[in-house]
Design a binder for this molecule. Sequence first.
Ligand code: NAD
Length: 292
Amino acid sequence: MIRLDGKQTSATLKKEIAEEVEKMVANGQKRPHLAAILVGHDGASETYVGSKVKSCEQVGFTSTLLRYENTVSEEELLQKIEEINLNDDIDGLIVQLPLPAHISEEKVTEKIDPRKDVDGFHPQNMGRLALGSPCFVSATPHGIMELIARYNIETSGKKCVVIGRSNIVGRPMSILMSQKGIDTTVTLCHSRTQNLKEICLEADIIIAALGKAEFLKGDMVKEGATVIDVGITRVPSDKTKSGWKLLGDVDFAEVAPKCSHITPVPGGVGPMTIASLLFNTLKAAKKEVYSK
Ligand code: NAD
């Protein structure tokens, strides 16, 4: 069984990005610049945005964090996004979700210029993804594809089961895994799927993204399968200082012995997500996706 080490792989990816940034700067170009908007004081969102900003520093990007109180109006937020869209100094923009109920996430997502949409949530990027055209691939699915590629996991002709159909993980994952060049045969499962166990038992590759701690058990996985665990659920723990620990969607102790490859939680998909956001920001700065 091989552990897919997201921590190490993301460090490699970040190193490659940092080297690219130094080349750009040596050529007289400006550093890639990521702007992040954070509304309110949600603990998890603060942590995520904090690590994104810190990672920008690590690879030599410029970053700007714009904070708003929960009371900010939708109009003010949309105006700020428009301002950033028009600011040539900023290459990528992310708005940390979730947003307060009075702000439409759809409107906010659609307001971001697709050329700066480094989260890849804009319908134009999602549409391009479905068409197999150049686009920003959302960070978590992109990170998973990097892990699969960098560990040389065979995909062509294999059966892949994706559990979860969210717009940020499951659905884009199912599209990517069926793309030409990857060539798996994909089954996308969700909360209404029947006979999930039987479907999983057929899979060569399982991508679990449903957000239910230790859902995937040993008897749902065939010998030699590759298992990618996207889930992150905080559960109480008396063994940690913080009083909680993170669990994935996979019962690691039961599943790992059957696998050819598996991602741990933490240290698997999570670190790859941030590295992929940086990768997208670099692509935005280099105008690699949209030429103007
Ligand atoms: P979501 O809640 O938006 O979607 C969950 C999906 O799982 C839904 O499509 C639902 O139909 C499906 N589902 C729920 N119960 C099911 C069941 N019993 N059987 C089959 N399908 C079922 O979640 P999301 O935003 O896609 O996130 C999923 C998990 O991944 C969460 O734990 C989240 O925290 C984690 N996540 C991790 C990263 C990372 O960087 N590692 C990034 C994004 C999300």
